[in-house]
Design a protein around this ligand. Structure first.
Ligand SMILES: Nc1ncnc2c1ncn2[C@@H]1O[C@H](COP(=O)(O)OP(=O)(O)OP(=O)(O)O)[C@@H](O)[C@H]1O
Ligand SMILES: [Mg+2]
Length: 497
């Protein structure tokens, strides 16, 4: 059985939105056709998430019109958007782990008998049908917490499809997925558009996904539509150029072979990764590459003392093994975690406090020195290209990519005493132009005397662009340590064992 979905077009007319004095959407016009995958691209802060927020009811536009089928709306609430046929998949899933797949799919939409009891059997049956029509092989009786991230995402999608929407909105949906899960999602997205006639609006910074999945592309810049074009007329270069006109992909040759060692790992194991034997030289940038669950994050967390570890760790010749986070920090080891919402960004704190937080004890003691803080913030904000460079703006009010710049920028202030910067997915959500800028900053960090960098990434392009050497992890084991010059395809092959 298939899901029956109505085919309706969606038109956005002269849509405007300002936050305070900042105009974020400056009169957006866009026509979306039933059955198309429409990629929405643009640099960080262009207004993509805000536009999607207007469609899902999370943001109230100031002016303009949203027309779906033959009905026109000035604005939505989350409920009225849902009723009008909008379905959004959020990056942080709205699922309840200890409940079954079918309970989650029917959450708040339970099928009930006349006595008010939930009709479990019918719900399971219907869940099976929906999942089957999505080509997803998951037992509706399983607990959601037992599923992989990719499976959980398909449950989110199944849930969104329960009310037969006509528009499916995905804002950077592949950030947490492994490679084959990304492939599966892209296929599912294609099928939803082609077979079920949905309009899929797809936001991503990963341009190769766009070429694979999109029928048409719209680029937003500065709150305006730059253009809308069919995918047949577009190359990867066109997309890069539209998003980051002045970007240049530079690769820099550096010779660090004669630099003194900064960090030596001898038979080092973190919770379930290792053993690793490695000497990181001053100035060196080592990448950790592997599939989701290969132990990338585990390895980094072991080094910061978040997780227990064994073996020898020598930092500038001193044995620092079995450290705690406080000790690691004192020794100059710092980590930018991959989940900025949960492990880094303080949403209700100002940008200045978010950036300078780790430095307060040296910078503003015994009392806050606001003048100095302001100067340091301004310098760092310029270096990392923070937009807007407003020290008072709350963390939550930055676009995704700019929030990421804030997290990395903590260690680019020039006032801290760290030596070893550990980065987990350093450019998550960062647009292609700004990504090159961040690479430059990370290289500058590493180039300072006594400094080094280890980063983990699931993006082979990033690993090749940034690393001097690459540790390839397969299921917690070091499969090999290679030069990035071997290229992306070889890296992917190694990561698959
Ligand atoms: N709630 C808010 N209050 C104030 N400003 C906001 C709010 N939400 C977004 N903004 C601002 O609106 C602008 C557009 O943000 P938006 O999140 O739409 O960008 P985006 O295109 O999704 O970027 P990214 O690629 O980084 O996710 C940014 O300058 C952002 O700081
Ligand atoms: Mg966004």
């Amino acid at each position: 059985m298939s899901i029956d979905l109505t085919s309706k077009g969606l038109s956005i007319r002269a849509l405007r939105k300002a936050f305070g004095a900042q105009e974020v959407l400056k009169g957006i016009n866009l026509d979306l056709k039933a059955g198309e995958v429409h990629a929405l691209l643009g640099p960080n802060g262009a207004g993509k998430s805000t536009l999607l927020g207007c469609l899902s009811g999370a943001v109230t536009p100031d002016a303009g019109e949203i027309i779906i089928g033959n009905r026109s709306y000035q604005h939505f609430t989350p409920t009225s958007a849902f009723e009008a046929g909008m379905a959004s998949i959020y990056q942080h899933f709205q699922l309840i782990g200890p409940l079954t797949v079918s309970d989650n799919i029917f959450l708040v939409n339970e099928m009930r008998s006349r006595l008010g009891t939930i009709r479990q059997r019918e719900q399971r049956q219907r869940s099976s049908e929906i999942l089957e029509s999505l080509g997803v092989d998951v037992d509706p009786g399983r607990l959601v917490e037992e599923l992989s991230v990719g499976e959980q995402q398909t449950i989110e999608i199944a849930r969104a499809l329960l009310k037969e929407p006509s528009v499916l909105i995905l804002d950077e949906p592949t950030a947490a997925l492994s490679e084959h899960e990304v492939t599966a999602l892209l296929e599912l997205v294609r099928r939803l558009a082609q077979d079920h006639g949905l309009i899929v609006i797809y936001v991503t910074h990963l341009l190769r996904e766009v070429l694979e999945v999109a029928d048409r592309v719209t680029v937003l810049r500065d709150g305006n539509v730059l253009w809308t074009r069919p995918i047949e007329d577009l190359s990867l270069e066109d997309l890069v150029h539209a998003i980051a006109p002045e970007s240049q992909i530079a690769s820099i040759e550096r010779d660090i072979r004669h630099h003194p060692p900064l960090l030596a790992l001898e038979h080092y194991r973190s919770a379930w990764t290792g053993p690793v034997d490695l000497t990181l030289r001053e100035g060196e940038i080592v990448g950790i590459f592997g599939l989701l669950g290969s132990g990338r994050t585990d390895l980094l967390e072991g080094l910061t003392g978040v997780k227990r570890s064994s073996g020898r760790v020598l930092l500038q010749g001193r044995d620092i093994a079995s450290s705690t986070p406080q000790k690691a920090r004192k020794q100059g080891i710092v980590l930018v975690a991959s989940d900025r919402k949960e492990q880094g960004l303080f949403g209700s704190m100002s940008a200045r406090d978010n950036l300078l937080l780790p430095h307060f004890s040296t910078l503003s003691r015994p009392w806050r020195r606001f003048g100095r803080e302001r100067a340091i913030f301004a310098g760092a904000a310029r270096r990392i290209g923070l937009k807007p460079a407003d020290p008072e703006r709350e963390g939550n009010n930055f676009s995704g990519g700019n929030a990421q710049k804030l997290m990395v920028g903590r260690w680019m202030t020039g006032v801290d005493s760290s030596h070893l910067l550990l980065l987990d997915e350093p450019t998550q959500g960062v647009d292609i132009g700004a990504r090159q800028d961040l690479y430059g900053l990370i290289r500058d960090y590493a180039a300072q005397p006594g400094h080094g960098v280890i980063f983990a990434s699931s993006d082979p392009e990033e690993v090749v662009a940034l690393a001097d050497r690459v540790i390839v992890l397969v299921e917690g084991n070091v499969a090999s340590i290679v030069e990035p010059g071997i290229g992306e395809e070889k890296l992917i092959a190694l990561a698959h064992g």
